[in-house]
Design a protein. Sequence first.
Length: 252
Amino acid sequence: MGRRKRKQLIASLLMLLCSALCPTLSHADDAGLVASIEASHKFSKKLSASLEMEFRSRNNFRTADRVSIGGDVSYKLLPWLKAAAGYQLLIDNNKEKLTYQDDGVTYNNWRPSYWGLRHRFNVSLTASYKVQRVELSLRERWQYTYRPSNIVDNFDFDEAMWEDDEVKGKGKNVLRSRLQVEWDIPKCKFDPFASVEFHTTRELEKTRFIMGVEHTLKKKHAFKLYYRYQLTGSGSDEGNIHLLGLGYTYKF
């Protein structure tokens, strides 16, 4: 297969995946950026660890949404099965909240946006299967996130004054199920990949569709460019969002 035909094949696959996985795109959806830097080290054929910093934006790229730092340790139980455990410290820019009186018109309270912390723990199992140059993987991850209580500003329109408001602490369990496919195309510097991931609590909370390419330079530097669409369900207080993802990993 020639170089031009390989490029056309990759483009066709991405277009087909986009049309199949993202049928409900809306002009009212938000847009943002995800940028990450990661360092990973392989201690042996089975044991490895990584440390990652990430930045996210929202409001059509104009507002910082979250900064996080975390790491994980993974171990190959079998040639096709990997176990991992990790922790993340999340620093969130929480959205403002405006409430109304019973008439639905008169303002009641206004809580401006504020920064807060969350602690996130996770354990996962990933099974993979390779057919020639195509690798399929299924990851099941249990995730627990705890938000400590926080005192924030709140404006009471009835009293026309600022007052302290407590955002109570809260814990949340989520099951994340991800199916991913990766292509290793001969004599091609870019490896395409695509995935779909379901976030489930008591109901389906959100679905993430990802398509992108990865390029590895001298076996130590890995660059990733991808598009992610997050479709939220009734169990989530987030909105649908288009995200442009940029990632860099240093392997040592």
